[in-house]
Design a protein around this ligand. Structure first.
Ligand code: NA7
Length: 551
């Protein structure tokens, strides 16, 4: 019996994280008969916000039973429905019994003596396994602003990725909010949403009047405005749900063929192919009626690549913002001047711009009026001292590599993953790293993200299928080669060329001004096509994983 026998190990597979990647990994691995354990730091699924991809395109497809049984009630499901869906999956497949909650993994070290991973949690407990799957997400490490006194505030404070389980009450409160990315813009609307729930008959003007009556005051601290466009959410009736269900094969096929796994296909025409009248009618239709990401992803094909085309489109959207915001100075401040539409992740809104017309909502442009410090009672800017009851940090994440950096992951010769990457990830197909044998990443850097559940389903299936193959062939050691990593990393960089999104600072280019060492743009995600990504990875499997070092 070789010294690296699996029977001496606690588990065959350890999975870090019980988000969508983690629960699907568990489902698949159990189905394949692996002894598996999933570690989750939290007590359950994270409360999120709202899908901004169509619910029926943004779900798992692996179980026909689930597809038959689960009904979506809104085109873009809200947080309670998303949580209910995840709980439904966990209940149906009894997944919780193999998830160890309240277990924060602090270290994961590869043991060369028996080809295994030794994982330690924050209580010092150790677990061993042959294989390690990281399912830790790429927007999971929240960051606070690097403003002096950020720890001093004594009122209620929330980061937008860490809302408490109970509903937050804004009524009569003086709220300050920092950050105007997707989650910040959503939170600005939340003031309105909390009212809509309290009186579902309220709409439009009634609703605004209602807010003015009950909500306190909201001050939004904006550094960089963002190009938000209407979501166009609506309820799904029982009849519509049955039509959608019949349409599932076509919906999933469309996602499968599209560039980023989304429902939306690019417009084959370029801006130069159409007249001014045509393009304005096209954009008006998308802006006024196009659900979700349509205006972003089904735009003229050159808008994402050609600076002039992008500017024309951005100018058109800027005019819409001017029409919606009454105060011209506020409108100008809400229009991005230094990046074009779609070059950062586009936030989806419902009444975001109108919120600034309410007397209880105020915009503070921190490029002109900097925040000097946060103190125990509120915020001190260069112009005023503002007393607040609540502070909301919508300041984003240490994206993509942040959750990896938060753990001490060591591979061959105790090399730390952080040192291997030295600020810029290097991977083989985004799922493996040379020097880190038997470790697989779902939604790690250099993967095709786009429609996340679709991408997770592919990555997890690829990884778990590979593990079943290795078990069958009695392979106990799998490592990406240096050449493979060099090749894929170069390919990721080449695929990013030409896209305007890779020429601006955002989490998508690895920039977070609040994190030391993350000030410089890098290419951290694969922006080639998802079908191309899958074809390449399928090819690796088809060749019996011979491009890996196997032993
Ligand atoms: P984002 O999109 O990274 O946005 C973070 C926002 O916070 C952005 O407006 C930042 O301004 C702002 N920010 C960060 N630090 C500061 C400081 N110190 N002062 C003022 N403003 C600051 O994160 P989100 O959470 O909104 O969204 C992330 C993704 O989650 C989103 O794309 C969806 O896919 C889901 P900046 O632009 O840096 O000037």
């Amino acid at each position: 019996e070789p010294t690296d026998s699996a029977k001496d190990l606690d588990y065959e597979v350890l999975v870090i994280g019980a988000g969508l990647s983690g629960i699907l990994s568990l489902y698949r691995l159990r189905e394949l008969g692996f002894r598996v354990r999933v570690f989750e730091a939290g007590s359950g699924a994270d409360p999120g916000a709202r899908f901004d991809s169509e619910s029926y395109s943004y779900q798992f497809t692996f179980s026909q039973e689930v597809l038959n049984e689960w009904n979506w009630t809104e085109h873009f499901a809200g947080q309670p429905e998303i949580l209910a869906y995840i709980n439904f999956l966990c209940d149906k497949f009894d997944l919780r019994s193999d998830i160890q909650f309240h277990t924060k993994v602090t270290t994961a070290h590869f043991d060369q003596s028996n080809n295994s991973w030794r994982v330690t949690d924050d209580e010092g407990k150790q677990y061993t396994s042959r294989w390690l799957i990281t399912a830790i997400g790429f927007l999971s490490a929240p960051t606070l602003p690097n403003i002096p006194g950020v720890q001093d505030f004594k009122g209620e404070a929330h980061h937008t990725s860490r809302w408490p389980q109970h509903p937050v009450k804004f009524e009569n409160k003086r709220v300050g909010l920092i950050g105007t990315g997707a989650t910040g813009q959503y939170s600005v609307m939340y003031v309105e949403i909390s009212i809509i729930y309290s009186d579902s008959a309220a709409a439009g003007i009634q609703c605004i009047q209602e807010i003015a009556k009950t909500a306190g005051h909201l001050t939004v601290f904006q550094r960089t405005p963002n190009w938000a466009v209407p979501l166009h959410n609506s309820p799904i009736s029982t009849e519509e749900m049955s039509t959608i269900r019949q349409d599932y094969p076509a919906i999933f096929d469309r996602c499968h063929r599209s560039y980023m796994n989304f429902l939306h296909m690019p417009e084959p025409l370029a801006l130069s192919d159409v007249s001014q009248e045509q393009r304005e009618a096209f954009w008006a239709d998308l802006y006024d009626n196009g659900r979700g990401f349509r205006l972003w992803l089904s735009n003229y094909r050159d808008v994402a690549f050609d600076k002039d085309a992008n500017r024309i489109c951005s100018d058109w959207i800027a005019d819409r913002i001017r029409q919606r915001v009454h105060d011209p100075d506020t409108a100008e401040r809400l229009i991005p001047k230094n990046h074009g539409f779609g070059t950062k992740r586009v936030p989806m809104e419902t009444g975001y711009y109108e919120a600034y017309n309410q007397p209880n909502v105020r915009l503070v442009d921190v490029t002109e009026t900097p925040i000097q410090r946060i103190n125990s009672t509120g915020i001190q800017t260069s112009k005023e001292t503002l007393d607040l009851d609540m502070l909301i940090y919508a300041t984003g994440f240490d994206a993509v590599t942040g959750a990896f950096d938060a753990m001490d992951i060591r591979g061959l010769d105790a090399l730390a993953l952080k040192d291997r990457w030295e600020g810029s990830p290097r991977t083989y197909v985004g799922m493996t790293v040379d020097g880190f044998p038997n470790m697989f990443m779902s939604m790690g850097p250099h993967q095709s993200y786009g429609n996340i559940p679709r991408s997770i389903e592919y990555a997890v299936t690829w990884i778990t299928t590979a593990l079943a193959h290795f078990r069958e062939k009695d392979v106990r050691y799998v490592e990406a080669t240096a050449e493979g990593v060099e090749m894929w990393t170069q390919h990721v960089v080449d695929a990013a060329k030409g896209s305007l999104a890779n020429e601006v600072d955002s989490w998508m280019t690895g920039v977070n001004k609040n994190v030391a060492g993350k000030q410089k743009r890098i290419i951290n995600r694969y922006t080639g096509s998802a079908p191309g990504f899958r074809k390449f990875c399928d090819g690796i499997a088809g060749e019996g994983y011979s491009t890996f070092k196997l032993a």
